[in-house]
Design a binder for this molecule. Structure first.
Ligand code: ADP
Ligand code: MG
Length: 598
């Protein structure tokens, strides 16, 4: 990729980076295979810096900066910002005092962005210069400017700042909803809670209302759990040296309770002598979180009132943020918005995926896929008589799959030629050939081979053709790349209009061919039957059959589809009694055989 654009979710707790590759948004993992980078930076002595999990392993709290996003673009105020002492920066913003240096929030953000840039360059094996970064919908100008500055310090040109709920909605494909559709994005992360109501207007999401609490998230759930454990230990607060161990254990227990009903809070030798082991059920945790949930309910209600929207006017509710993995949160969202929330995306990856899609749109690597929402032209194979047999009709939404069973046309046939076609015409030769190949099989009597052909068309317009000899259990898979992609709009239009222009003659050609094939089966069969039963047939019947046969032979010489079809139908009718006799005899022969076999 020449000059890639990456999409970045610069989160309060976790950050991630992604890109659109081959039309798909994907997140890029670091050397350890991790796609989430904890938004934590450790500033060591002599300018050493560690980011993410490596920073978490460093013990010194006074050198470790967390949740810097909260301070982005904030004015300095004489209030406690946590473990680190805060100062007024030159521009009146906040600075953080470390033992041997002072850093600003954009500088902290820049370290995280540098790490994400590094991961992207490692995965893409080339330089990365441009990025899209997400910010909360409520971020003001100063906060946005600070985020952009962080990007610049990291050596990135920030092409766009995208609202997080918009990115989330993009990742869920909500941009394909109808005009004016409304979507709620419910984002509960580690330290923040954001609800946004979006409306789709001319393909762009507009934020109708947002609400939230910048001091409410999964961290608070962990704290509530720690407080409960300390209360059970009959301590007012846990010893400071131990608090980090307690917090980590609380988070582990909380996450486990999202999957199972029961967990155990364990801190071995928490005070040097005794170990802690406390059972917790999911229900107990949910009781602890009631105050937070009540606050969230009020906020959601306020957003709906602000936007003057009722729950029934909402098209979709999507959940993002790691904390929405909790069943109680899902249930809560369902209750408040009166509909089943969509949680089909990874909650902690959705925003980065949406940022990647936005990056792909800007880089021009995404558009293709949007155009390819439906197949522009029908896809099929050539069958007997040179006809087009459509497996996937035009305008089918992709991805899609379709299949059909075919048989051999000739006795002793030992292979099936599969010609893959694209187009709207009835005759194979008028359509475009995308490829052809042979499936060999054991020679079989005509009509005895059973060959399944399956087409699967993926999001990128790549067509996979699976051909299977059902009896021989032999498979052949052929990938036809970009079957539908390379078709220009003009070519599609021409194909469609030609198919309309030629609709009449095409239809005639198809009817003629089908009748010709039927005649090809019927004539030899009739001949055979007459030879066998002709003797003891009534003369009238025989004459009638002979006449009908002659008419078919004559019609085959001509080019009138209706004449041939009519003649074939007549012959079919005239030979009804004869055919019955053939079947009867075949059956009694079979009975004889069966008797012999038994
Ligand atoms: P942010 O947007 O603040 O950067 P994330 O969306 O990454 O944060 O969410 C992180 C939070 O999600 C943390 O508090 C973490 O404990 C919580 N979390 C992650 N997985 C689960 C889970 N399975 N159950 C409950 N909480 C979870
Ligand atoms: Mg987030």
């Amino acid at each position: 990729m020449d000059d890639p654009v990456i999409g970045i979710d610069l989160g309060t707790t976790n950050s991630a980076v992604g890109i659109v590759e081959a039309g798909f948004p994907i997140l890029l993992a670091n050397e350890e295979g991790e796609r989430l980078v904890p938004s934590v930076v450790w500033f060591g002595p002599e300018g050493a810096v560690k980011v993410g999990r490596a920073a978490l392993r460093e013990p010194e709290a006074n050198r470790t900066v967390r949740s810097a996003k909260r301070l982005m673009g904030q004015r300095f105020a004489e209030r406690d910002q946590g473990v680190l002492r805060t100062l007024a920066a030159q521009d009146g913003g906040i600075a953080l005092a470390l033992p041997d240096r002072v850093v600003t929030p954009p500088e902290v953000g820049a370290e995280i962005l540098k790490e994400l840039k590094r991961i992207a360059e490692y995965r893409l094996e080339g330089p990365v210069r441009r990025a899209v970064i997400t910010v909360p919908a409520y971020f003001n100008n100063a906060q946005r400017a600070a985020t952009k500055l962080a990007g610049e310090i990291a050596g990135l040109e920030v092409l766009r700042l995208v609202a997080e709920p918009t990115a989330a909605a993009l990742s869920y494909g909500m941009d394909k909803l109808d005009e004016r559709s409304r979507v709620v994005v419910f984002d509960l992360g580690g330290g923040t809670f954001d609800v946004s109501l979006l409306e789709l207007r001319e393909g762009v999401f507009e934020v109708l209302a947002t609400g939230g609490d910048t001091m409410l998230g999964g961290d608070d759930f962990d704290a509530a759990l720690v407080a409960e454990v300390c209360a059970r230990l009959e301590k007012n607060s846990c010893e400071t040296g131990e608090s980090e161990r307690f917090r980590r254990e609380a988070e582990r227990v909380k996450c486990e309770l999202s999957e199972s009903e029961q967990s155990t809070f364990r801190v071995p030798f928490y005070d040097g002598t005794s170990s802690l082991e406390e059972g917790f059920s999911r229900a107990e945790l949910e009781v602890l979180l009631e105050p937070q949930l009540t606050g969230m309910k009020r906020i959601c209600g306020a957003v709906l009132v602000d936007a003057k929207v009722e729950p029934r006017d909402i098209e979709a509710v999507v959940l993002v943020g790691g904390s929405t993995r909790m069943p109680v949160v899902k249930g809560f969202a369902r209750e408040v918005f009166g509909r089943e929330p969509d949680c089909s995306q990874h909650p902690d990856e959705a925003i980065a995926l949406g940022a990647s899609i936005q990056a792909g749109i800007l880089a021009g690597t995404w558009r293709k896929v949007l155009l390819l929402d439906v197949t522009p032209l029908s896809l099929g194979i050539e069958t007997l008589g040179g006809l087009m047999n459509v497996l996937i009709p035009r305008n089918t939404t992709i991805p899609c799959k379709a299949g059909e069973l075919f048989t051999n046309a000739r006795d002793g046939q030992d292979r099936m030629r599969v010609r893959v076609l694209q187009g709207e015409r009835e005759l194979a030769r008028d359509n475009w050939e995308l490829g052809q190949f042979d499936l060999p099989f054991q020679p079989r009597v005509r009509g005895k081979a059973r060959v399944g052909v399956q087409f699967s068309l993926d999001e990128n317009g790549i067509l996979e053709v699976l051909v299977r000899d059902v009896e021989g259990e032999r498979d052949l898979v052929v990938e036809i790349e970009s079957a539908a992609v390379d078709v220009s709009d003009a070519a599609v239009e021409q194909m469609v209009s030609e198919s309309v222009d030629h609709a009449f003659e095409d239809m005639n050609a198809r009817i003629f061919t089908e009748a010709r094939l039927k005649a090809g089966e019927l004539l030899p069969a009739v001949q055979e039957a007459l030879r066998e039963f002709g003797e003891d047939m009534e003369e009238g019947e025989r004459d009638e059959i002979e006449a009908a046969r002659g008419a078919v032979v004559e019609a085959l010489e001509g080019n009138s589809a209706s004449a041939l079809k009519g003649a074939v139908e007549q012959l079919d009718e005239a030979t009804e009694a004869l055919a019955a006799r053939v079947v009867e005899q075949a059956l009694s022969g079979q009975l004889e055989d069966d008797k012999l076999n038994n």
